[in-house]
Design a protein around this ligand. Structure first.
Ligand code: AHG
Ligand code: MN
Ligand code: MN
Length: 339
């Protein structure tokens, strides 16, 4: 069966026609992300052959060991995007502060936030990993950006996406008009539209996947413990349990197959103050924007992820993300037991 060969640039040029006043800058930005994605994908595929596996021997601001591929990916995306006059600043999970665009380059109207390599703990085992990105419009008057440009609620995103370096490499994005998925054709070297207008499956078609790190069970809030007990044992349609440990891969499967991914708070560190793992700006908010555009939802259990105003670049949240009906059932369950 032949199908139209729609490349990333072909797709963006078509999209741009819907906005007669568009300057094309946004399209340029997305095309450059595609170029960086191909470069990282190429290296990830060769990872076992080159000295690019393993850790750099120091920790990031979250106390996590920084892997060589984390910084490699950070540098590739940064170099692809810093000189084009499209951005005022870049913020990365691997850097404590946002990075203004260097003085030698012109600036532009957007800020780019990203998790360069998601699923770092899986790298050496050849398990799927990814990159997550989020784009906001600059709101400050500062040419090379200010923290306020980065600290906007997810609802204000103009674009979000991820690149999944899996059995094939995929780029999935939304600019607020549906979610589109492209697969890298390695022979041609182009991302080709393979998943137009992606949406979570309806309840009848859902494969009902439950995705959560069960090893943390004893540290979760009691509401989440009871919810997981209840859906594992009493759900009319049984849940299938799957957990990769790379958020991008777990989210991508949830989008295609249906179900819910949860990373609740844990009491591991301090009995009174729960510890949250996932980062709002680099992980939860971009995936929440994609989820909502695909008729899904993301929540802390009490609040829509897209409505949260972060007060720091490192702001972390509990996350429930997946089909709207699964996430709302989780929220309703917590509310019903006063949790
Ligand atoms: P990162 O590799 O960017 O630090 O993110 C790791 C995150 C996320 O990918 C995944 O969902 C989660 O950590 C897995 O955590 P656990 O190993 O605690 O389950
Ligand atoms: Mn991550
Ligand atoms: Mn990361």
């Amino acid at each position: 069966m032949s199908r139209e060969f729609i490349t990333l640039s072909h797709h963006f040029l078509e999209q741009q026609r819907n906005y007669p006043n568009a300057t094309g800058k946004f399209t340029d930005l997305l095309l450059q992300i595609g170029v960086a994605a191909k470069r990282v994908s190429y290296q990830v595929n060769k990872a076992g052959l080159m000295d690019i596996l393993g850790s750099l021997g120091y920790e990031n601001v979250y106390g996590e060991s920084v892997q060589k591929l984390d910084m490699f990916s950070h540098n590739i995306y940064f170099d692809a995007l810093d000189h084009m006059g499209l951005l005022c600043a870049i913020a990365s999970e691997e850097q404590e502060e946002f990075i203004p665009i260097p003085e030698k380059y012109p600036t532009g109207p957007y800020v780019f936030l990203f998790d360069p390599l998601d699923g770092s703990s899986n790298i050496d085992a050849n398990v799927s990993i990814g990159t997550i990105f989020s784009i906001h419009r600059k709101i400050s008057q500062v040419p090379r950006g200010a923290e306020e440009d980065c600290l906007q609620p997810g609802r204000k995103q103009v674009c979000a996406g991820y690149i999944l370096y899996g059995s094939s490499t995929m780029l999935v994005y939304t600019a607020g008009k549906g979610v589109h998925g492209f697969t890298l054709d390695p022979g041609v070297g182009e991302f080709v539209l393979s998943h137009p207008n992606m949406q979570f499956p309806s309840p009848e078609k859902s494969k009902n996947i439950l995705s959560i790190n069960m090893g943390n069970y004893n540290q979760w809030d009691s509401g989440t413990q009871k919810y997981i007990d209840s859906i594992s044992r009493f759900s009319q349609k049984p849940y299938t349990y799957r957990y990769v440990g790379s958020l991008v891969a777990d989210f991508h499967r949830t989008l295609l197959y249906g179900g819910i991914f949860l990373y609740p708070g844990s009491h591991q560190k301090d009995a009174k103050n729960p510890y949250y793992k996932l980062r709002l700006l680099y992980e939860a908010a971009p995936l929440a924007f994609i989820a909502e555009q695909a008729r899904g939802k993301a929540s802390t259990g009490k609040e829509n992820i897209l409505n949260i105003f972060p007060d720091s670049l490192q702001y972390r949240v509990p996350l429930a993300i997946g089909t709207k009906y699964d996430v709302e059932a989780y929220e309703a369950y917590l509310a019903s037991i006063g949790s």
